[in-house]
Write a protein that binds this ligand. Sequence first.
Ligand SMILES: Cc1cc2nc3c(=O)[nH]c(=O)nc-3n(C[C@H](O)[C@H](O)[C@H](O)COP(=O)(O)O)c2cc1C
Length: 198
Amino acid sequence: MDMHVDLRPIDALLTRRSVGALDDPAPAGSDLDLIIDAGLRAPDHGRLRPWRFVVIQGEARKAFGDVLAQAAKARDAANADGLIERHRAWPLRCPLIIAMGAIVQAGHRIPETEQILSTGAAAMNMLNAVHMLGYGGIWVTGVNTYDAQVNAMLGFMAPSRLVGFLMVGTPKSPAQAGERPARAAHITYWTPPSEGLR
Ligand SMILES: Cc1cc2nc3c(=O)[nH]c(=O)nc-3n(C[C@H](O)[C@H](O)[C@H](O)COP(=O)(O)O)c2cc1C
């Protein structure tokens, strides 16, 4: 099946929507490579290359669900809201999860914030690549992104950390056109103060 959609790059940026209701097929092979490569094109101060992507698919999703359930139990053994089983089932909601994290170098001349921002830029490039290839995806965080046990299981020991999960697959239904916020609410044109610069 040809999953490719013929879009001008700018149209792809302008039409991308987050899609949470996802089915098979997920990108694999050269499509998955392209998505990862798009992530690896993120801007990166100091060439630290902090980005790490952990692909969770197929049967591994089930084991990852067990990890999330264990972490939920450690956070709340009483399982007050029945969250343990909800976390266990969560990875099975989509065919492919890409856990995205930053290998953070503490005390480096490049501030930690910039290392994490670069990983966020990689996430955005990947999300756009998912859309451009005709798939759907959503960037989610939730409690698991901030759970030390989950971070460690995916290879992120502090100060390294997850920035979230990219859930990827084929949209169950066509995405609705996205509303964009009013441009005027988000942009001003700076002018120097009328009394002049001191
Ligand atoms: C860092 C980050 C974390 C997010 N975490 C969640 C999340 O945990 N759950 C969720 O439903 N949406 C989350 N979102 C929002 C969605 O990714 C998405 O942006 C939102 O649903 C709006 O959809 P749109 O991208 O089509 O405008 C997060 C977004 C960002 C940037």
